[in-house]
Design a protein around this ligand. Structure first.
Ligand code: ATR
Length: 281
């Protein structure tokens, strides 16, 4: 009898060498003793349609997508789940037995799971969000689904924030835009602060945002995870807030993908966090 085929998956991006996903999925494959492969797949934007259509012939169960493919891929798959439609971007494509491609977005799930794993209990209330880029869309959808009643959002380019507020506000979760230059003035009654900008990341300008006025019961989280403790999180800790770093979002968003590719919902552990961090430059 021939052995069962090895499950194949990977991550498509351009460039792709920076991606931590192969290391992350590789850890889980070894940890659970599964026969599978997960590769970094360099795919230029113009080659994405052919690369996705060729997945079945090449024996792939599916792929993750990273920069710059997350939005473009939405129109290249056969079905999009409801969350992916709201976010307008996908980070996971799976291939069924007929070759049909399904697009999903697990970033909102990863954001929520990370907060909950670190002790945040959603209970309505108000959130404050910095930024209005691609990652922010997933965070806003996650916050609305967690039951926040109100979100205040500030972005350097105010128009982008206005557009997100218009698109993603719902009856139960209103999104209000506040001025970037005066954002710190809008922190009263806030339960959670989220940085979704790239500011504060290694090699990027600092995030000059002051938390005076934020209730001490509020949590502060940053989706930047390099460095793990950003200046925002350090400032929050010094003031006595509970803080949640961004690495967990990356780890938790990968769980549904691993389950779809290899059939098992893997655990996010300290050992995994340390392993992923040890590779970082
Ligand atoms: P991602 O997909 O990671 O969210 P992005 O879509 O490029 O990346 O978004 C980057 C975010 O960081 C945006 O909110 C961006 O603000 P603009 O919409 O005004 O561009 C924000 N950002 C990046 N550099 C910035 C800077 N120097 N000052 C203020 N905001 C910045």
């Amino acid at each position: 009898m021939s052995p069962p085929p090895v499950s194949k998956a990977g991550v498509m991006g351009w460039p792709i060498s920076h991606s931590l996903s192969p290391r992350l999925h590789g850890f889980w494959l070894r940890h659970y003793g599964l026969a599978g492969v997960y590769d970094a797949l360099p795919v230029r934007p113009e080659d994405l349609p052919a690369a996705l259509r060729g997945l079945q012939d090449q024996g792939f169960r599916g792929v993750n997508l990273t920069v710059p493919h997350k939005v473009a891929a939405c129109s290249l798959v056969d079905t999009l789940d409801a969350t992916a439609q709201r976010i307008g971007a996908i980070n996971l494509v799976t291939v069924d037995e007929n070759g049909k491609l399904s697009g999903r977005n697990t970033d909102a799930y990863g954001f929520t799971q990370n907060l909950e794993a670190r002790g945040f209990v959603p209970a309505g209330g108000s959130a404050f969000v910095l930024g209005a880029g691609g990652a922010c869309r997933a965070v806003l959808v996650a916050l609305a689904d967690m039951g926040f009643n109100e979100i205040r959002i500030a972005n350097r380019t105010r128009d982008y924030a206005e557009k997100l507020a218009q698109e993603l506000s719902t009856k139960s979760c209103q999104i209000y835009v506040v001025d970037w230059a005066q954002a710190s003035r809008f922190l009263s009654n806030i339960d959670l602060v989220v940085n979704t900008t790239s500011l504060g990341m290694t090699g990027q300008p600092p995030l000059d945002f002051f938390l005076e006025g934020l209730p001490l019961s509020a949590f502060v989280t940053d989706i930047v995870y390099a460095p793990l403790e950003t200046a925002l999180l350090r400032q929050a800790k010094q003031r006595g807030h509970r803080t949640i770093d961004g690495l967990g979002m990356l780890l938790h968003q990968a769980r549904p993908a691993f389950k779809a590719f290899f059939g098992l919902d893997p655990e996010v552990t300290e050992e995994l966090r340390n392993f992923v961090l040890s590779e970082r430059e």
